[in-house]
Design a protein around this ligand. Structure first.
Ligand code: SF4
Ligand code: SF4
Length: 340
């Protein structure tokens, strides 16, 4: 059951203010002058003070995954005798404004952190339980999006869906939690969100049957040896990359007192595959690209029944070497069709 409403821009701004007395509100925000090149801005997820801070016209460089899986997080403190679990700085619930692909992206993280091998990650879970999805309707693609090919363009997993128009906002409210607030703020309307149904970028996915083991060592991956510079931007901007490393931070000269942190890591980065004894594997960048590709569009599906990649296109947006993941998938499929 859902109800729909129309609010003027002023009514929505007031409602936003009202919501911010009880919730933290997060969404894509423009940070002036913080972009990749001099004089450019950065759009990233951040907490918002007012509705006009919500950036709706540009894709965010980073994804909302930081709300559930921060780049750097203290797990516990230790002093040689006992350890104490780190608590969250507050217990606020968070309303997050996000698009369908990112809702599907967090679904992939849920599978890794809450379902994988029957183990629940408590640090992820406590952050995840605080989120309320306010879905931003997405009827047109941004550059590099291929969510339709990845079947991640649609979702029904939201409490509120919003269409932002020039001077008004249309909303569909599902469930009881926010209905009264919206009913008081606006007037009843007929509204159901639409979803983008076509992207200029399409990918053709290889099927399990067309992935012979020989492709593992094929020369196909060699071009990435020289092209990729292992900067890891594709990993950090990806909504579904969930790898991390843990590190102990000792206080002063003590080897007894300190804290354990987990920090984002990524399969493209040097050191990701280092093991005890100095052994390392996947030294070549092409091997790392192969690993990422298989994980995103092949072996995750075998375990969870859906592809890990949701086609947000951020990896293509941010790669300084203009390596396109969608292009890699298509080239791989074409090669497999032609036979090895
Ligand atoms: S692999 Fe690329 S397109 Fe796929 S979810 Fe990650 S950043 Fe988005
Ligand atoms: S962003 Fe590009 S250059 Fe950097 S690690 Fe990823 S594929 Fe390699």
């Amino acid at each position: 059951m859902s109800e729909s409403f129309r609010l003027s821009a002023e009514q929505f701004a007031q409602l936003f203010e009202q919501l911010s007395t009880a919730y933290l509100l997060a969404g894509p925000k423009r940070i002036a002058g913080a972009g990749r090149f001099s004089g450019t801005d950065l759009v990233r997820y951040a907490f918002l003070k007012s509705a006009d801070e919500l950036e709706l016209h540009e894709k965010s460089w980073f994804s909302p995954k930081e709300l559930v899986f921060p780049p750097d997080e203290t797990l516990f403190y230790f002093n040689g005798q006992q350890f104490t679990e780190a608590t969250l700085p507050d217990d606020h619930e968070i309303i997050v404004f996000l698009r369908p692909c990112d809702i599907n992206g967090i679904d992939r993280l849920d599978r890794m952190f809450l379902e994988n091998a029957g183990v629940v990650d408590p640090y992820y879970k406590r952050r995840r339980e605080r989120l309320h999805y306010f879905m931003i309707e997405c009827r047109e693609s941004f550059e590099n999006c291929f969510c339709v090919s990845m079947q991640a363009n649609r979702t029904s997993d939201y409490e509120v869906a919003l269409r932002f128009e020039e001077n008004s906002v249309q909303v569909e409210v599902c469930g009881q939690k926010f209905v009264d607030l919206f009913a008081r703020a606006g007037e009843k309307a007929e509204f159901k969100p639409e979803f983008v149904s076509e992207n200029p970028v399409r990918v053709e996915l290889p099927t399990e049957e067309t992935m012979p083991p020989e492709i593992f060592n094929d020369k196909f991956w060699d071009e990435y040896d020289s092209r990729c510079i292992a900067c890891g931007r594709c990993n950090t901007s990806c909504v579904t990359c969930s790898c991390f490393t843990t590190t102990d931070l000792f206080y002063g000269d003590s080897r007894q007192c300190g804290e354990r942190r987990r920090v984002w890591d990524g399969c493209h980065l040097d050191g990701f595959c280092d093991m005890a004894g100095g052994h390392t594997f996947r030294k070549d960048k092409g091997e790392r690209m192969r690993f990422k590709t298989f994980h995103k569009i092949y072996d995750f599906r075998k375990r969870f029944g859906v592809d890990m990649c949701v086609g947000c296109g951020r990896c293509d947006d941010v790669c300084p070497e203009y390596i396109s993941f969608s292009n890699c998938i298509n080239k791989l499929s074409a090669k497999l069709k032609g036979g090895l």
